[in-house]
Design a binder for this molecule. Structure first.
Ligand code: NAD
Length: 480
């Protein structure tokens, strides 16, 4: 087994599980204890991975769509059989509550199946060339083919979901992949990739290298043989990738500060119930987490009364305990940052009305009221279990406040007014818009990706397959 609790994991390069010149700890954030090690890959390992991936891309291109479907379906079945083992690895490496980790791990198989379907229906179209005076007698069509080598770089917060949303479509489309999981959460990804090999994937089609993004990222992203980078992570690292990538395709799923608009006519109980989920799932470490609650002045008191008991009832604690609802943050340093951001908002006139206490990497679910939209708690990505409430006036004020952000990943509105909902959908600049729910909602087939500084491109197997394939234009001449 490549990666397990208490073991020294290996990385996957050129069909072999290998150690590195150096190794680093994988730590359970809640206890701070090391529970496994992984290799610290260096530039030589990155070069070996690239060389192998070029060969792997040839092997993948030689497979038929049927071959790829059979392998991915088999891998999906294996992923289903290992949900509990993978969920435990996720909970240990990320500090995520085990119940949440099970939900995440149980989606891996389905993402692989969806990917297999979409990879098998990557089609082109016939071209009506004779609609132009010079096109008479020609036969034209487009041919969709694998783009070759895909580099997939993932963040720590959903180590199964986000790696499978990259690896699944890339392989389904007939590419080779080099996966660089987040430094904190490499184990679940290694294990799932081992299952893909067990399912019959050509050995050179998948490389997984572990270690520092600052070294491995540029080595992989700058290489001309890589045709596509699929990155999920912070906007800052996204910008660094853009600077080195050169001429290749990029999908960037980046940071956010997602708003929910609660209008005066909203169903307040429903809004409070949804916000008490959307602001706190995975301890707020979701890019689509509710961060800004923009509530009409007329609904403000009622919303706060409905929200407070719901948030106070969320049980934060030991991630591996069955009754824990939310676990710890990814590290004590991150928890301290969240604590400081909340304290800073309070110093600027906001009121902490629930939670907010920190113990190690654990932060109690918090509500911060009357937050100045200019304060970092509202403006910057928090990535922690707190929501910032700000009063607004009417739909126009709510939309203006929602758009007053450099990000544009997701947004939600609570209203019973169809006209207001339509205006929200048209005028709020975000990649996903939810009417009578919060932005924290994703189903695997849907297109998913942000606007503005939240990124470029869409994930979701159908859209990812499109972005991981090249379109050739073919013209047959003669025969006139
Ligand atoms: P991060 O940007 O610090 O790291 C992400 C990955 O990039 C890691 O694997 C890291 O090792 C690697 N990396 C670091 N430096 C690099 C470089 N110079 N070149 C290439 N790769 C490099 O992000 P994180 O802390 O792991 O995750 C949190 C961030 O991810 C948040 O900003 C969150 O919003 C974002 N995120 C976005 C989405 C989305 O769909 N938009 C989903 C989940 C997370």
């Amino acid at each position: 087994v490549s990666a397990r609790e208490g073991g020294d994991a290996k990385m996957l390069i050129a069909g072999d599980w290998r150690g590195g010149r150096a190794h680093e700890s994988v730590v359970h954030p809640f206890s701070g204890e090391q529970f496994a090690t992984v290799p610290t890959a260096d530039a030589d390992d990155a070069r070996d991975a690239l060389d192998a991936a070029v060969e792997g891309a040839r092997a993948m291109r030689a497979l038929t769509a049927w071959d790829r479907t059979v392998i991915l379906r088999r891998a999906a079945d294996l992923a289903d059989q290992h949900v509990e083992e993978i969920a435990r690895l996720v909970s240990l490496e990320s500090g995520k509550a085990l119940a949440e980790a099970r939900g995440e791990a149980s989606r891996a198989g389905e993402i692989l199946r969806l990917s297999a379907e979409e990879g098998a229906r990557a089609t082109g179209e016939t071209l009506p060339l004779d609609a132009s005076p010079t096109g008479a007698g020609k036969l034209g069509f487009t041919l969709r083919q694998p783009c070759g080598v895909v580099v997939a770089i993932a963040p720590f917060n959903y180590p199964v979901l986000l790696t499978m949303h990259k690896v699944g479509p890339a392989l389904a489309a007939g590419n080779a992949v080099i996966l660089k999981p987040a430094r904190q959460t490499p184990l679940s990804a290694l294990r799932l990739c081992e299952l893909l090999l067990e399912a019959g994937l050509p050995p050179l089609a998948l490389q997984v290298i572990t270690g520092p993004g600052a070294v491995l990222g540029p080595a992989l992203c700058a290489d001309e043989r890589v045709r596509k980078i699929s990155f999920t992570g912070s906007t800052e690292v996204g910008r660094q990738i853009v600077r080195v990538a050169g001429v290749k395709r990029l999908s960037l799923e980046l940071g956010a500060s997602c708003p929910v608009l609660v209008l005066a006519d909203a169903d307040i109980e429903a809004a409070a119930t949804a916000i008490a989920v959307g602001g706190y799932v995975n301890a707020g470490q979701a890019c689509i987490s509710v961060q800004r609650v923009l509530v009409d002045v007329r609904a403000h008191g009622d919303l706060l009364d409905a929200l407070r008991p719901r948030v106070e009832a969320i049980r934060a604690g030991d991630p591996l305990a069955e009754d824990t609802k939310i676990g710890s943050l990814i590290s004590t340093a991150e928890a301290e940052r969240v604590e400081r951001t909340i304290a800073q908002a309070a110093a600027n006139g906001a009121q902490l009305v629930a939670g907010g206490r920190r113990d190690g990497a654990l932060v109690e679910p918090a509500i911060v009221d009357n937050v100045d939209p200019a304060s970092p708690l509202s403006r910057d990505e928090l990535f922690g279990p707190a929501v910032a409430i700000t009063k607004v006036d009417g739909i126009a004020g709510a939309i203006e406040a929602a758009n007053d952000s450099s990000y544009g990943l997701g947004a939600g509105v609570f209203t019973r007014d169809v006209d207001a909902a339509m205006r929200f959908v048209r005028e709020v600049d975000a990649g996903s818009l939810h009417v009578n729910w919060t932005p924290l909602w994703r189903t695997d087939p849907m297109p998913y990706g942000g606007l503005k500084q939240s990124g470029i491109g869409k994930e979701g197997p159908r859209y990812a397959v499109e972005e991981m394939t090249d379109l050739k234009t073919v013209v047959f001449h003669g025969g006139e």
